[in-house]
Design a protein around this ligand. Structure first.
Ligand code: URA
Length: 185
């Protein structure tokens, strides 16, 4: 899709965050069909994503792929993107200035895709998209609007790797999301 290609080319050349731009191997724009009904919105690339240029391909990514497949989709059916397009050093959380610098990219990306549903994965994604500081625990189990999309928040797959007991909560969230999408599980 032309509009996404133009945006991707801008992102590839971005130097708004001096530290991230000098340290990155490459930018990680996002992946999926331009007409996806559902976007998964993550935090930022890690080492594996920085190396491959593809979002969510490391351990957390493999878990996200399992979640997507449990929802009867494949990765090719959904669009996956992050708040930040560059890896923060040591996988630290995105800084407010970095989120501000990247905001126009993810906002334009979502405006082009116009998904019906956005699933925020974890605190950074939820805070960046919804411009709130509420805890992820409080943001779960509620619907929000972003443009024409309905937004739901759940835990980040990296959190599930550290706290496998929370997988049950994420599955509950996915059941709510799939019901709203009219997907029978
Ligand atoms: N975590 C994220 O939030 N995004 C990725 O792309 C990989 C891990």
């Amino acid at each position: 899709m032309q509009a996404l290609r133009i945006l991707r080319d801008e992102v590839v050349n971005c130097t708004r965050c001096a530290e991230l731009a000098t340290r990155r191997t490459q930018t990680v724009f996002g992946e999926g069909p331009a007409n996806a009904r559902l976007c998964f919105f993550g935090e930022a690339p890690g080492a594996d994503e920085d190396a491959s240029g593809i979002p969510f391909v490391g351990r957390a990514g493999q878990l996200l792929t399992k979640i997507i497949e449990a929802c009867t989709f494949s990765r090719d059916d959904v669009y996956i993107l992050n708040v930040l397009k560059c890896r923060p050093p040591g996988n630290r959380q995105p800084l407010p200035d970095e989120v501000a610098n990247c905001r126009s990219y993810f906002e334009r990306q979502l405006a082009i895709i116009q998904p019906e549903f956005i699933c925020c994965l974890g605190t950074s994604a939820a805070h960046a998209l919804l411009q709130t500081t509420e805890s992820i625990g409080k943001l779960r189990k509620k619907w929000f609007d972003h443009g024409t999309a309905r937004v739901i928040c759940t835990y980040h797959p990296s959190y599930l790797l550290r706290n496998p007991a929370a997988k049950r909560d994420v599955w509950d969230d996915m059941k709510v999301l799939m019901a709203a999408m009219g997907v029978r599980l």
